[in-house]
Design a protein. Structure first.
Length: 66
C-alpha cells in the first residue's frame, strides 16, 4: 500500500482503519492524517502494544487491502 495515496484519500481510508482498530478515536484519525508512523504511535498508545507489534499489525492489514 502506498501511504502517499492513503494520505491523499484519507477520508476513504479512515473508515477502514476504524473498522480494524476500533479503539482509535475520531481525533486520533484526524491526527494520523494518513501518516503511517502516526498510526503506529496511536496503536501503541491505545492498545498498549510495542512498536514492533503495531508495525506487524499494520503490515498484515496492508496485505489484506492489496
Amino acid at each position: 500500500m502506498n501511504w502517499d495515496i492513503a494520505g491523499g484519500n484519507w477520508k476513504t481510508f479512515k473508515g477502514k482503519v476504524k473498522q480494524q482498530w476500533g479503539k482509535l478515536t475520531d481525533d486520533d484519525l484526524t491526527q494520523i492524517e494518513g501518516k503511517r508512523d502516526e498510526l503506529v504511535g496511536r496503536l501503541q498508545e491505545r492498545y498498549g502494544i510495542a512498536k514492533d507489534e503495531a508495525d506487524k499489525q499494520i503490515k498484515d492489514w496492508e496485505s489484506r487491502l492489496n
